[in-house]
Design a protein around this ligand. Sequence first.
Ligand code: COA
Length: 567
Amino acid sequence: METLRILLVASAFNSLTQRVHVELSERGHRVGVELALGDDLLRARVAHFQPDLILAPMLTRAIPEDIWSEHTVLIVHPGPKGDRGPSSLDWAIHEDADEWGVTVLQAVAEMDAGPIWASEAFPVAPCGKSELYRNEVADAAVRAALRAVERFAGGRFEPEPLDYGRPDVRGQLRPYHTQQFRRIDWFTDTTATVLRKLRAGDSQPGVLDELYGREFFLHGGYNEDRLTGIPGTVIASRDGAICRATVDGAVWLPQLRERRRPDGPKTFKQPATDALGAELPAHVPEVPVTPAEAATRDTWSELRYREQGSVGYLEFAFPSGAMSTRQCRRLLEAYVDACARPVDVLVLGPTRDFFSNGIHLNVIEAAADPAEESWLNINAMDDLVEAILTTTDKFVVSVLTGNAAAGGVMLALAADEIWCRESVVLNPHYRLMGLHGSEYWTYTLPRRVGTTEAVDLTRKTMPVGARAAAAMGLVDRVAPGDANGFWSWVRQEAAALAETPELANLLVRKKQRRAADEAAKPLAAYRTEELTQMRRNFFEPGEPYHQLRRNFVHKVCPPATPAHLLQ
Ligand code: COA
């Protein structure tokens, strides 16, 4: 296929834009990125980059007419053919659609009404909108975008005009999904309805509601299988989440964001019990669940543990992939328990969505002393990574069904092998947060990819797709499929690994290598060196970390496309 100069125009260099970037670059196209931060900036970039094609994987504003009339501009819209409007996925979840679609349309004067270049269907999984977006939507969007690019490159494809008379054009123009549609009536809405409303609003903008006289946006939305109570009341807490009764059950809310008061400071998402603070009545009980029990129940838990033969699966799933001090410590505890089990292979990772995005920047931002909390958080992360690195009697596999970034990638590298879903995008760097980084990355990253590549990855700060990661040795195995298909493969391979006679030799070699590495340079020395730099990042004046974190947490738009994206 002819290779093209393709300019990606996006509201943010988000997961889907990164994935499209990776996929197109792998196919030999010259790919540029421009954030949609103003029409004149965009005009200047188009004039400079001279694209054959402009593709917008995630765009929340219109492209100016002089650009779409001069160039072919293709927009990725998260709805089936004929669907129009800014809240497609919200409506799909709200109305309980089984199947939805992604359509690539050409930009014209009327929003979402241009001729169609490609359209792909996907099943709507029972999860929050953002999780759906990063999984089923992203996979369908990549398929549709690649097909559209191929058709454009072929030069002969005639896009299909939007025609509501056609049987396969089933979408419609829908309004913005305001809070009016999201509002929960705790006295009449069933658990299923409450869950749909919460999921349609997660992770943005949340469902506006009242708790103890304060206004909050509710985030998350998970079933509870046992607890009940007076509808609308908070009946339990667990690991920072709160449980609210419905008319026929209860739901879990892991995070809340207080509504910003007029002239008040900006607010951001926090673990629900932190957001409520002293307002949470003392009589609300903490109702814990063990990871093993959670694996047999339909309740909310960040940790689940199950065994199949001599394989132990420790599944973790932290909202946004962010891991606070407390979450790191809970995972460490579950890991230590799993290590005490009579299993030979330990598999670590969520069954869907983010593997991990490192330390919890929101919890740090909310802390009375963010530098001190950053320090506690990175030490808790290091303790966890160290426990994995020093496990020598089990073969440990990190399984990445979804993306990972910064310390989250390095957490995965602590295992003996990394198995990765083909659609995963990794960001193995800390620089964009102004950090040197820890998690023993100076030990694990060069050991996998070599020193030159390690320096390159951390300096260039660009995303790496799963296939490229495997080619450079960053991950070991890559498998295709949706999350379920991928996990069937994981279970099959983990069982085979546990049964192979080779496993005993692998464990002997692992022990020998750890001992040799420790003799050459103790893990403690890596930790001290990394943490010396991190201490500086956290505590010394003039370091950029605190401002960068604040900008990230408050979603501050950069004034122009960052330099690392312009190369
Ligand atoms: N702490 C707190 N929240 C985090 C987070 C972290 N470390 N990493 C991601 N998030 C949140 C985002 O704020 C966003 O929240 P929202 O859903 O309320 O908007 C959500 O997770 C998804 O992130 P988003 O940036 O929209 O997803 P993405 O897939 O497009 O991009 C990353 C993912 C990882 C590239 C980007 O989120 C990032 O750079 N995260 C920070 C990584 C980091 O520097 N960690 C600290 C050093 S170890």
